[in-house]
Design a protein around this ligand. Structure first.
Ligand code: SF4
Ligand code: SF4
Length: 437
């Protein structure tokens, strides 16, 4: 494979070894789950159950129209509330609360057993939708809609296992344990999209996963393994496409504009389970890591498990904990309420003693230009920062602020310790509000 580079990027300390010491997964089944009715980009679900109803694990409990995928009960038990609940996004989101009856009584799975060449795309996309599959690398875009928009438009199908954020090892753990689920999921989407190239991309700091994949790759002819030099943020879609194909996705455009479709490896595994095992998305691998947690490791966690339950099973927080983040240290969201539940896109809970990306009390731009050199989207962070503070939406539009992927490379490099990403999130919100008007 010809190797390409993406523009910019950084090399933070990865700290991945911390959560890889415990190799066997512990499964977390909490006494109560909180299932938000919005876990995807698009329209929220409407509840299909009422308070007092008994539900089975895997039962569809919320669904909706348009850009929407259903949510399912992740335990069996009784619905005790349907109410707004704190969500990892920082908002209150309507959620279905279920008390676990500890029987794990489960809906009858509905696997599709016919060979792929006897299946049509509608059948497969329907199964993916009904299983509630969303992008599990963090984007949470409905999987069936993304696949549908790529049909007839892509020549390259990519499985993203870069997992370039420090600390997070959920995808690595998946590939070490069940790589065949990922490759089976890729085989299913290859059947739907008919690309000429199918590639599983992994960074070279995942030697054990690479060995596992190489051990079974001969069973999947036509699927290529690309081992890329580790560099942040290679796992961002546009950067990964550039690294693999040399193609650049232009500002405001999607990967499909350059003939590529990218899905995270956990999403492929979930697609396999949806189609071939007939099971909806009710659990996922979550990394819990950081210097402030007693026993960092990867867990298999039911969707809806409150963060505090998971933290307790991992030995609890150090009393000097400064920050708990949903996601990684670069792109994650700080959480002030640990009753927030694990959702479909939660790949990590990071517990830090010190917030290393914290801004200075009196930040000053030194006009050193380092932020410009590392920005993988070729943006101009120092000017964007200035214009967000000045409320100059016209300039922010001209500088393509909406193209910022909030990767944090600029803030990581900034010697002036400016709160760049925080300001860019604010600026993007202002721009979107202005456009909506
Ligand atoms: S956060 Fe935005 S501006 Fe900063 S480096 Fe990443 S893409 Fe560029
Ligand atoms: S890296 Fe920081 S200090 Fe340097 S130009 Fe960019 S914003 Fe200013």
């Amino acid at each position: 494979m010809k190797k390409h580079l993406f523009f910019g990027g950084i090399h933070p300390k990865y700290n991945k070894e911390m959560s890889l010491g415990v190799t066997a997964f512990q499964r977390i089944t909490p006494s109560r789950v909180v299932i938000p009715l919005q876990q995807h980009i698009g329209a929220p679900c409407q509840p299909l159950v009422q308070v007092g109803d008994h539900v089975l694990r895997g039962q569809k409990i919320g669904d909706g129209e348009g850009l929407c995928v259903p949510v399912h009960a992740s335990v069996s038990g009784t619905v005790v509330a349907i109410e707004p609940h704190p969500h990892t996004s920082g908002r209150l989101v309507n959620a279905i609360v279920i008390d676990n009856d500890q029987t794990d009584a489960t809906m009858e799975p509905t696997p599709i057993t016919a060979p792929l060449d006897q299946l049509d795309n509608d059948q497969i996309l329907h199964a993916i939708r009904e299983a509630g599959i969303v992008g599990m690398g963090g984007a949470a875009f409905p999987g069936n809609v993304k696949a549908l928009s790529a049909m007839g438009n892509v020549d390259t199908l990519i499985a993203n296992a870069c997992e370039c954020e420090p600390y997070i090892t959920a995808d690595d753990a998946l590939l070490r344990s069940t790589p065949e689920q990922v490759l089976e999921g890729m085989t299913i989407l290859r059947h739907v999209l008919k690309p000429s190239r199918v590639v599983l991309a992994v960074e070279d700091n995942k030697a054990a996963a690479i060995e596992k994949i190489n051990g079974i790759l001969k069973n999947y002819p036509g699927i290529e393994l690309a081992v890329l030099p580790t560099r942040y943020p290679q796992g961002a879609e546009k950067q990964l496409i550039q690294a693999l194909t040399g193609r650049e996705v232009q500002p405001g455009k999607l990967p499909v504009s350059v003939g590529c479709a990218v899905f995270n490896v956990s999403t492929y595994a979930a697609i396999y389970r949806a189609v071939r095992l007939g099971t909806p998305l009710t659990e996922r691998i979550v990394t819990i890591s950081g210097e402030a947690i007693a026993q960092p490791q990867n867990f298999i966690v039911r969707i809806g498990t409150p963060f505090h339950d998971l933290i307790e099973v991992a030995g609890g927080l150090n009393e000097k904990t400064e920050r708990v983040i949903s996601g990684g240290p670069m792109m994650g969201f700080a959480q002030s309420d640990l009753s927030v539940p694990v959702i479909k896109a939660t790949n990590s809970i990071l517990c830090l003693l010190k917030d290393r990306n914290g801004a200075a009390e009196n930040p000053v731009c030194l006009r050193c230009g380092k932020c410009v050199n590392v920005c993988p989207m070729r943006l101009q962070p120092l000017y964007m920062y200035r214009f967000v503070n000045a409320g100059r939406l016209d300039e922010l539009e001209r500088l393509n602020l909406l193209d910022c992927i909030e990767c944090g490379s600029c803030a990581f490099t900034c010697p002036g310790k400016l709160p760049l990403v925080e300001r860019f999130r604010k600026g993007k919100q202002l721009l979107r509000e202005a456009k909506a008007k």
